[in-house]
Design a protein around this ligand. Structure first.
Ligand code: FAD
Length: 299
């Protein structure tokens, strides 16, 4: 049986039901409400649902989980090469990378430690590679140089006139399989995911002391609301509604079918310094195909 509050939001749509146990410290319907079922919302909700006494609801405006940015990325497990020394981003990326590998291994989520080659085509780019190599050493991310003989043996079709640095801890993951796992495990832990439910407003109850009231709409249906002790905003590009347009960027993704089967291991990115948020990358995908990302916002 779904809780009354979750059933109200579900608007009679046929979804799986859950019985909640909750601390109800503030007499709210839920202890936690997570907005947005992309990979971040799914991971956060799953973790919260595992807590003793938690009742967690995950609200997604589309008809299925993970249909926005989380299903349109390069599926790279980043080594953590590019972020600053002593930053939280570096710490979390290094820790998260290993947690992700072990989660994938434990639950048979398709992934591969492909490694990544950073290519230099000239002296200037090689200087950048050397800086990256030394930065990686400082922050504890392994990198190594690949000789031209080794490169010719492993990837004969790759040209790198200036040199190659390899990042052996970079990999790839099947993002859809990852999200399917997170979604299933969230519900197995007693969480409830309500799709086709857009959050339209959030109001503090009693100045926040009584938690928050979340208002939702479901494609023209009348608004419903629930209360929660804590709100976690994982709405991706919508998380900050007033995002200036110039923070969003556009790019093209090409699927390279013809060369896919011959490229064994390595997502490769150019060592060319990045201008603003644009960049190019070439990635191996599961199933042997490759993608070329041109002028996209690269992380
Ligand atoms: C081109 C590109 C390549 C990338 N490559 C990589 C990569 O290789 N490796 C990597 O680690 N990262 C990569 N990223 C980054 C990664 O994809 C994102 O960081 C990640 O997917 C963000 O997940 P999210 O859950 O925050 O957002 P999203 O996937 O956008 O999820 C947000 C969810 O919130 C929902 N939502 C929004 N508003 C509301 C509302 N009002 N009510 C209810 N629901 C709402 C949306 O429908 C959506 O489902 C890449 C990004 C891009 C753009």
């Amino acid at each position: 049986m779904r809780s009354r509050a979750a059933a109200t939001l579900a608007n009679g749509l046929p979804r799986r039901g859950r019985q909640f146990s909750t601390s109800r410290r503030l007499n709210a319907d839920f202890t936690h409400a997570v907005i947005g079922a992309g990979v971040v919302g799914l991971a956060v909700a799953r973790q919260l649902a595992g807590r003793q006494g938690a009742s967690t609801i995950l609200l997604e405006r589309h008809g299925a989980v993970g249909t926005e940015t989380s299903s349109r990325n390069s599926e790279v497990i980043h080594a953590g090469l590019y972020y600053g020394t002593d930053t939280l981003k570096t710490t979390l990326c290094l820790k998260g990378r290993e947690l992700l590998y072990s989660l994938c291994q434990k639950h048979n989520i398709p992934h591969r430690r492909t490694g990544k080659w950073i290519l230099a085509q000239n002296e200037q780019q090689w200087d950048e590679c050397l800086k990256l190599h030394s930065h990686a050493k400082n922050i504890g991310v392994p990198t190594r140089f690949v000789s031209s003989e080794e490169a010719a043996r492993r990837e004969p079709d790759v040209q790198a006139l200036g040199g190659i640095v390899e990042s052996p801890t970079t990999g790839i993951v099947d993002s859809h399989a990852l999200m399917t796992y997170l979604h299933g495990d969230f519900e197995d832990r007693g969480g409830d995911c309500i799709v086709q439910t857009a959050v339209t407003d959030i109001q503090p109850v009693n100045g926040g002391k009584g938690g928050y009231r979340i208002y939702t709409g479901s494609g023209g249906a009348s608004e419903a609301s629930i209360t929660t002790e804590t709100v976690i905003n994982c709405a991706g590009l919508e998380a900050c509604r007033k995002t200036p347009e110039n923070l969003l960027c556009e790019g093209d993704i090409f699927l390279l079918l013809s060369i896919g089967p011959e490229t064994e291991y390595t997502p490769i990115s150019s060592a060319k310094p990045r201008a603003g948020r644009t960049g190019n990358a070439f990635n191996v995908r599961h199933g042997g195909t490759c993608t070329l990302w041109a002028g996209c916002g690269m992380g």
